[in-house]
Design a protein around this ligand. Structure first.
Ligand code: BG6
Length: 267
């Protein structure tokens, strides 16, 4: 099941209720901006390989929960609205989530499109009586024509963890980062404006309230070994994720937190 957004100025996006997962974004004038693996499993409960997976309440394997938490594998509820360019999806704690994460919560994903922009906001409210903490990310798979010709700008001088080698405390040297081989990095307290330069046009990746940024590309070997990725899929994608990992969010009873990622295509 999916929901489609249309903006008056000609943009379109599709969101799967499985994961409140944006699977397609076609801004005005330009073609598809998100990568979606043709081998991705799209059935309910699967982790979709592409688009914008919602990572909550645990990033990667940094905790006891299943990798990347459970939000991406849950069926979210679409809140009724008559706005064609905006939708809000809700996920509340249920038997499955309480069995592995014993907290009462409301998570909300708001997706808005307009012209050349897509904005995805994640909000979490503690609806229970005891505090909890979590990590989270919007795991955006940007579509690129050729990873070898793609550059990521805005991270120079930022400290990162290299998750491929397990090395902490690395510092980004490059002004324009090339993506070579498997790249899996958590940049802490990163700039809230990064730019992905592609062959034809750029995408500005803005984060609002997410302090960290994850950059991921599986490279040729891992891409070939992944059941839900085309063997050459790594050449056509770059994940630039807005994340909150270094300092987990702590919510007291009744508190609400929100953060967003905004993508803007430019010529
Ligand atoms: O295969 P998954 O669970 O969707 O995860 C994909 C990647 O997601 C990235 O965010 C992580 O940094 C990587 O370590 C991970 O491999």
């Amino acid at each position: 099941m999916k929901h489609t957004l249309y903006s008056a100025d000609g943009a379109k996006a599709e969101i799967a209720l499985n994961g409140a997962h944006v699977t397609s974004w076609i801004p005005q004038e330009f073609g598809e901006q998100l990568f979606l693996s043709q081998q991705s499993d799209l059935k309910a409960g699967a982790s979709i390989r592409g688009g914008v997976p919602v990572i909550f309440p645990q990033f990667a394997a940094l905790g006891n929960l299943p990798k990347h938490g459970f939000a991406r594998n849950q069926l979210w509820h679409l809140r009724q609205s008559d706005q064609p360019d905006r939708a809000v999806f809700e996920l509340r704690d249920n038997d499955m989530t309480r069995a592995i994460w014993p907290h009462a919560f409301l998570a909300e994903i708001t997706v808005v499109i307009s012209g050349l922009a897509l904005e995805v906001e994640l909000a979490v409210t503690n609806t229970g009586t005891t505090p909890f903490d979590f990590t989270a990310a919007l795991h955006t798979y940007l579509r690129v024509d050729d990873i070898a010709a793609t550059r990521l700008l805005g991270l120079q001088g930022t400290t990162y963890r290299d998750s491929v080698t397990g090395t902490n405390g690395c510092v980004e040297k490059d002004d324009e980062c090339a993506i070579v081989g498997q790249v899996d990095r958590i940049y802490f307290n990163a700039s809230n404006k990064l730019t992905v330069k592609r062959n034809h046009h750029s995408v500005l990746v803005q984060s609002i309230g997410f302090p960290d940024a994850v950059v991921w590309n599986p490279g040729p070997e891992l891409s070939a070994a992944m059941a839900d990725m085309e063997p050459q899929g790594y050449q056509r994608m770059l994940c630039v994720e807005a994340a909150n990992i270094g300092n987990p969010v702590v919510l007291q009873s009744g508190q609400r937190w929100s953060a967003a990622q905004r993508l803007l295509v430019s010529k």
